[in-house]
Design a binder for this molecule. Structure first.
Ligand SMILES: CC(=O)N[C@H]1[C@@H](OP(=O)(O)OP(=O)(O)OC[C@H]2O[C@@H](n3ccc(=O)[nH]c3=O)[C@H](O)[C@@H]2O)O[C@H](CO)[C@@H](O)[C@@H]1O
Length: 354
């Protein structure tokens, strides 16, 4: 099996869950193809899978010249993937979205190697939109996404199995808050949390907080806490958390964005959450993700444009003070989880191989 794509955690993390299932349950030999600037360069080798790198430029939020270059280079990327497919000879190529996914899936379609696309968002990104109607099968998170693909099935988003094993929290214990901005970090959280942390820690004398900042914002966020006079006795600030399942298990309340994997993990773990969707995500899809949780009574939503220090402090304090409400929100979140997603997606891929 060749798994193609990457970039942010939202593409790499579910791809790794699918890879493990393919290897462990189906005995597949799994390789990845990605790009040098994606998170896959670290996470894929660490998980024990071989990774091939190809060059693919950026298309979103870049200058016209960069976009032109990306389009100009695309045939080269496809050609490189054709070579890769000819040497590795996979039975199936699984495209998980993100930079390398487009050229690899195009090469597979050209060579008539069976393809499976995975799309966790309501509206697919460019890579999956381009190939959607030519794939052999697709796995999506939402019914409305099926129309972009051929043979699409609603499977849910794969989540690392450890999240499903997380036990519910018991009332009355000292509280822990997990703040995370996903792979790249969230500036709004990195800037606002240091301003309210003093008041929050004072209100809840036993509270501990873990704050994940994103790779490039660890030092500036730590400095903002120091500037606000906050010590690190009850606060941990870190650029990236490798064992996110352990962090979810320890947390009573989670403050995060509305990325596909983030909300799928909140559901799998059965934790109460406050969601602040990233407003620039394509078609505002993070907000749609968050709204589904609010409708189910599983999370609170704060729209970034309406975020103030007082509002955030109020929402967090209200939830930290109310054990019953948080525990109930966690139960409602769990009802939204898809425990069978990984198994089902790997099953579709294995079916295409035979
Ligand atoms: C800014 C942006 O465009 N975000 C998109 C990106 O999400 P992005 O990658 O930012 O976020 P997601 O919520 O989808 O996934 C993050 C993943 O990384 C993991 N993680 C994160 C931080 C950390 O320290 N440790 C760790 O393990 C999380 O547990 C999760 O599994 O892809 C998603 C899936 O296509 C989209 O829904 C998001 O809109």
């Amino acid at each position: 099996m060749l798994i193609a794509g990457g970039g942010t955690g939202g593409h790499v993390v579910p791809a790794l869950a699918i890879a493990r299932e393919l290897r462990d349950t189906h005995g597949a030999e799994v390789r990845f193809v990605g790009t040098a600037r994606g998170l896959e360069t670290r996470l894929v080798p660490e998980a024990g899978f071989p990774l091939e790198l190809i060059k693919v430029g950026q298309l979103k939020n870049v200058s016209l010249a960069t976009r032109a270059r990306t389009i100009f280079d695309l045939p080269l990327g496809v050609l490189r993937c054709v070579e890769l497919l000819r040497s590795f000879r996979p039975n199936v190529v699984v495209g998980v979205g993100g930079y390398a996914s487009g050229p690899a899936m195009m090469a597979a379609i050209l060579l008539r190697v069976p393809t499976l696309a995975f799309e966790p968002n309501a509206v697919p990104g460019l890579a999956n939109r381009l190939v959607g109607k030519h794939v052999n099968a697709a796995a999506v998170n939402l019914e409305e996404t099926t129309k972009y693909f051929r043979n699409a099935r609603v499977t849910g988003t794969p989540v690392r199995p450890e999240f499903f094993a997380i036990a519910p929290k018991i009332a009355g214990q000292p509280k822990r808050l997990l703040v995370f901005g996903a792979s790249q970090g969230a500036r709004v959280l990195n800037e606002t949390m240091p301003k309210i942390m003093g008041r929050l820690l004072k209100k809840f004398p036993e509270l501990t907080v873990v704050h994940q900042t994103g790779a490039r914002h660890g030092q500036t966020t730590s400095a903002a806490y120091v500037h606000a006079g906050i010590g690190f006795e009850r606060l941990t600030v870190t650029p990236y958390l490798d064992d996110m399942a352990a962090e979810f298990a320890a947390a009573d309340l989670i403050l995060c964005r509305g990325g596909a994997s983030s909300v799928a993990e909140v559901a799998a773990a059965g934790r109460a959450a406050v969601l602040i969707p990233f407003p620039q995500a394509a078609d505002d899809h993070q907000r749609k993700n968050a709204e589904a949780f609010v409708a189910a009574g599983a999370a609170e939503l704060i729209v970034e444009a309406e975020l103030t220090e007082e509002r955030l402090l109020g929402v967090l304090s209200g939830l930290l003070a109310d054990d019953r409400r948080r525990i109930e929100m966690g139960q409602r979140a769990r009802a939204l989880a898809h425990p069978g997603a990984v198994r089902e997606i790997a099953g579709i891929a294995a079916g295409l191989a035979s």
